[in-house]
Write a protein that binds this ligand. Sequence first.
Ligand SMILES: [Zn+2]
Length: 466
Amino acid sequence: MQITFHGAAREVTGSCHLVECGGTRILLDCGLIQGGRERHERNREPFPFDPATIDAVVLSHAHIDHSGRLPLLRKHGFRGPVITTTPTARLLEIMLADSARIQEEDARWKIKRLKKAKEDTSWVTPLYTEEDALAVLGQIVPVELGGTETLSEYAEVTFVPAGHILGAAIIDLTLQEDGKTRRLVFSGDLGVQGSRLLPRPRIPARPDYLIMESTYGDRERADEGDRTETLFGIVHDTVARKGKVIIPAFAVGRTQELLTRLNDLVEAGRLPGLRVYVDSPMAVAATKAFALHPEAYSQPVQELLASGDAPLQFSGLSLVTRVQDSMAINASQEPSVIISASGMCTAGRVKHHLKHTVGDARNTILFVGYQAAGSLGQLIQAGTSPIRIFGEWYPLNARVETIDGFSAHADRTELLDWFAGLGGAPDHTFLVHGEEQAALALAETITERFAATVTVPRLGERHALV
Ligand SMILES: [Zn+2]
């Protein structure tokens, strides 16, 4: 029995770990490497194993940094099942197709640029196409969240709710070889304690081996009190000024968490007559996928649903997909909340909404997620004025607000609490899915506090599971 770390080793993206047991080869996740051109180009390197020899992929959740190289794996010979939860399977249909379209667009843009410079374009191909994405979707074997699936006579997997995004699971593997049985738990990405829509991450019983994420291994979230109340204050004040609240948000996860909280406020009669628009085709598709899987919600939201109040549906809410409807919202002077992608304002319809609203002091731009350095979102968040959108300059007169706590990732304290809940340190813990300093900081604390054996593996590092 052994494990090799082929991705998200001392970095956050490209999750990919190979487990070998009794002749069965199982790949845990197959994510895209993201974050800048140099990192992205690494996706073009051949897999360090033959994809045709992989018996099954077990997928923790739908985020592209965990699933985005599946079409490539298929393209290079993988024909086995992709085993994941039913809600994840549904989100993958939306997210892999979208990822493929981005790859194709990228290639078209590159060809256009080279042609202009009269250079050779014959070498430019998309990383993968929509056809590749559709092909691998046909290999998905969905399992209920919480359910167990037999992979081979040597391996069995249980999908434990991780509370990170819809359908996200902690992978609990039971492996057998030469009469020995070992349990290996892979945390995937762990959710936050304070999510309204999704449950807290479950904690499995102490495994022999643990692979754990460390994204926020060196960071605590600020305690902001009740986030629904903060949201209420911002929306209430802006609407009283007859302004619009523009919320740039990631289409999958963040948007639905916001809607659940707005639902609470509207249903309680605290924001009477409020118009709320979700204006992003992908966010709308994701919201519909969320609505189809109430079994994956938190207990309080399931109770809400049982009482007759659908958490992603309330009067005044419009899900907008057509371009002309999106433009009509821009033209309207009506006070409203507009949730639109992309989360960092680097692309998508949110840029049009910003163009129409940043100049007016009645409006509020509300950030609920991380803004990378240099992104339009980060410039607005920093109060830069004037601000350039689609090549034109606009004064920043709108109010700018930030609510940090809507992240879908457990922070340092939550990661440590989750580890403590295992009821004893595993024989060996491996920390992945964090920048080097975050992973090393968490490793040091876990080693000291729990007398644990902890490794932060490097890319390609292999460990025997004895
Ligand atoms: Zn994730």
